[in-house]
Design a protein around this ligand. Structure first.
Ligand code: NDP
Ligand code: 2IT
Length: 446
């Protein structure tokens, strides 16, 4: 449709040199063609033109002092993309690759993901080009405090509620929360992923990985009559999402044989021992290569891309964007892989997704499949507002319900618009329709 092509051209013109953002927008707009046909009133109200332009973009200086007394300067971002259905919500990424294009792609995807959860949350993302790797706890603390010193004035429990992402876990959320509280003199639910003794929710740590497995379990069951039971599973990454996806796969009867980090991957045909991985990654903060010291039956290979050559039934990319390309997808298909679930955000390239869809592989797109993290953040916000805590079982049951519902809504939307079992289109449409209706109802002032 000409109108959506014009929107895409405008995005490229306004956001030059930001290929990740272009990629994320292109995929969504392509899915939305039949929605634009069905809703000329949304086209007329400029919903498509408005939804690709962030409501607000904040870029700021983050100065801090390293352990040698030297002043370091990083760049901080918070992109508040859309608040049509609730306060802005989304994680903070700390990684040297962070620039506006990464935060925009993540913030844009977050709009639809948050909508899919069924909870009242708008879309945002933040971060910095700060690299936590190799930094002392004290350096990480000084960075986080400086970052929050500026960010605090732009966020609030009813305005914008950040959380974790790559490089931001419990430690970083703690340092940021401490600074926010000091600046505002308020104990509120302004961040999620907090510690359990100071307002955090049970299951938030496990939520993204667990949710990914709940989603894929439902999708495989409905589309192929299959489950995790007895399968061999390859998972990339070895951070928060990868570790708890691996834990849930084991609980559901599958065997995880590989994990990775940005240096390389481990292959343990007897099944990865997760206690060892947790100790190496969560406690010691070391490289995944250490694993073979404790388990000599496993092999370590330098370079992370080769992980997709391992024969498996199910692949769960849980590291970073564009980590699985068309060639890797073709290898997975040839090796008999029947399901792929995106734990990371946009880990599969458009060429890879095409291979999966053409080969009838059950494909769970990130917006739907990894929404369990932010959904449980939404549950943390609810508990904070009530000043109450649900049990592990209560939160886990709600998470599972939400993931099953996301599958149902994405699947129904795909079918309703003639996309069959294409959950990419289904998730984009189901997520979009709710936000578009809210924007339409609220008028054109923003
Ligand atoms: P972590 O920081 O805990 O772990 C990230 C993992 O991915 C590490 O193993 C890291 O390896 C690897 N990785 C990061 N960047 C790269 C890169 N450029 N190339 C290769 N490997 C890389 O982050 P999370 O587990 O929280 O996040 C992983 C993915 O899941 C991200 O895409 C994130 O946006 C997404 N996500 C996270 C959610 C959450 O709740 N945390 C919710 C939904 C999605 P190394 O240590 O070598 O850098
Ligand atoms: O990509 C994501 O959904 C997250 N990093 C989690 C965001 C959140 O607010 O919990």
């Amino acid at each position: 449709m000409k109108i959506l092509q014009n929107v895409m051209e405008q995005v490229i013109k306004r956001n030059p040199g930001e290929p990740e953002f272009h990629q994320a927008v292109k995929e969504v707009l392509e899915s939305l063609e039949p929605v634009a046909d069905k809703h000329p009133e949304w086209v007329k109200a400029g919903i498509f033109d408005r939804i690709v332009e962030p409501e607000r973009q904040i870029i700021f200086r983050v100065p801090w002092v390293d352990d040698n007394g030297r002043v370091q300067v990083n760049r901080g971002f918070r992109i508040q993309f859309n608040s049509a259905i609730g306060p802005y919500k989304g994680g903070i990424r700390l990684h040297p690759s962070v620039y506006a294009g990464i935060i925009k792609f993540l913030g844009f995807e977050q709009i639809f993901k948050n909508s899919l959860t069924g909870l009242p949350m708008g879309g945002a993302k933040g971060g910095s080009d700060f690299d936590p790797k190799g930094k002392s706890d004290a350096e990480v603390m000084r960075f986080c405090q400086s970052f929050m010193f500026e960010l605090a004035r732009h966020i609030g429990p009813d305005t914008d509620v950040p959380a974790g992402d790559i490089g931001t876990g419990g430690r970083e959320i703690g340092y940021m929360y401490g600074m926010y509280k000091k600046l505002r003199n308020e104990f509120t639910g302004v961040l999620t992923g907090k510690g359990l003794s100071w307002g955090g929710s049970l299951v938030r740590t496990e939520a993204t990985g667990y949710g990914l497995c709940y989603f894929m379990d439902e999708a495989m069951k409905s589309i192929k009559g299959k489950s995790f039971e007895g399968t061999t599973v390859v998972i990339s990454g070895s951070g928060n999402v990868a570790i708890y996806a691996a834990a849930k796969v084991s609980q559901l009867g599958g065997t995880v044989v590989a994990l990775s980090d940005s240096n390389g991957y481990i292959y343990d045909p007897t099944g990865i021992k997760l206690d060892t991985v947790k100790r190496i990654k969560e406690v010691e903060r070391k490289r995944i290569s250490e694993y073979v010291k404790y388990h000599p039956e496993a092999a370590y290979t330098e370079g992370c891309a080769g992980i997709w050559n391992i024969k498996c039934d199910i692949a769960l990319p849980c590291a970073t964007q564009n980590e699985l390309d068309g060639t890797a997808a073709a290898t997975l298909a040839e090796n008999g892989c029947f399901a792929v679930g995106e734990g990371a955000n946009m880990p599969c390239t458009p060429e890879a997704i095409e291979v999966f869809l053409k080969n009838g592989i059950v494909f769970g797109p990130a917006k739907a499949a990894n929404a369990g993290g932010v959904a449980t953040s939404g549950l943390e916000m609810s508990q904070n507002s009530m000043r109450y805590s649900w049990t592990f079982e209560e939160v886990d049951a709600k998470l599972k319900d939400i993931m099953v519902n996301i599958f149902k809504n994405a699947s129904e939307a795909a079918k309703a618009y003639g996309y069959g079992d294409n959950l990419v289109a289904g998730a984009n449409i189901a997520g979009f329709e709710k936000v578009a209706a809210a924007m339409y109802a609220q008028g054109i002032a923003y």
